[in-house]
Design a protein around this ligand. Structure first.
Ligand code: FES
Length: 202
């Protein structure tokens, strides 16, 4: 698991755009008036969307004020979940799951591919600033292990060769297709196998 890296370069100021202030209003409507602090995760996610996929400390303070919540409590949430980035990431942000199911299906081979094509260390940019990578905990798609999340998409059933090809495509301005790389639709069984119908001990 990677250690959460907090950027040394921080903007002094953050505020939501007009459009996001409307979104904040909609989020607040989902919670009872005395429970507005429950929207902290959604607001942090909005910050990230507005700020090139990372959350500066000024935004954590801003959210604290908005929710009348101590700064440290917002900071605790932002530092706990791997979905929040506290330092700049590449335009293509590559998250390799290395939790047990992915690990035993070869996740560290995907890490090797990232080290070869992007950078030997996590959170460092490839020269063009196009990509950065990080190891993360379970992404909730273990049945298609090993998997990688790139921005909002999942790339599944991977091996090192396929991962290298995906990274090459990204670095050459092509858009690799998300989903299974063994031809499965979602998490269906391979070869049209129907568990407990034809095969004993399936
Ligand atoms: S262990 Fe990798 S998605 Fe769950």
């Amino acid at each position: 698991m990677s250690v959460k890296k907090i950027s040394k370069k921080q903007p002094e100021y953050f505020e939501f755009s007009k459009e996001n202030l409307k979104n904040v209003k909609k989020i607040f409507e989902k919670y009872p008036k005395e429970r507005q602090q429950s929207s902290v995760m959604a607001l942090l996610y909005l910050v990230q969307g507005q700020n090139n996929n990372w959350i500066p400390l000024a935004a954590i303070k801003y959210i604290g004020k908005l929710l009348e919540m101590p700064y440290i409590k917002v900071y605790e949430v932002a530092t706990f979940y791997s979905m929040y980035n506290l330092s700049p990431v590449g335009d293509y942000f590559i998250q390799v799951c290395t939790t047990t199911p992915c690990m035993i299906r070869g996740a560290y081979k995907l890490v090797e591919a990232c080290k070869e094509k992007i950078s030997s260390k996590e959170n460092e940019f490839v020269e063009s600033k196009k990509c950065s990578w990080v190891e993360v905990e379970c992404l909730g798609a273990c049945v298609n292990a090993p998997i990688t999340q790139i921005n909002d998409d999942y790339y599944e059933d991977l091996d090192k060769e396929k991962m290298l090809k995906i990274l090459d495509d990204i670095l050459n301005n092509k858009n690799p297709k998300p989903g299974s790389y063994r031809g499965r639709r979602n998490s269906e069984p391979e070869n049209n196998r129907k568990t407990l119908i034809d095969n004993k001990n399936a």
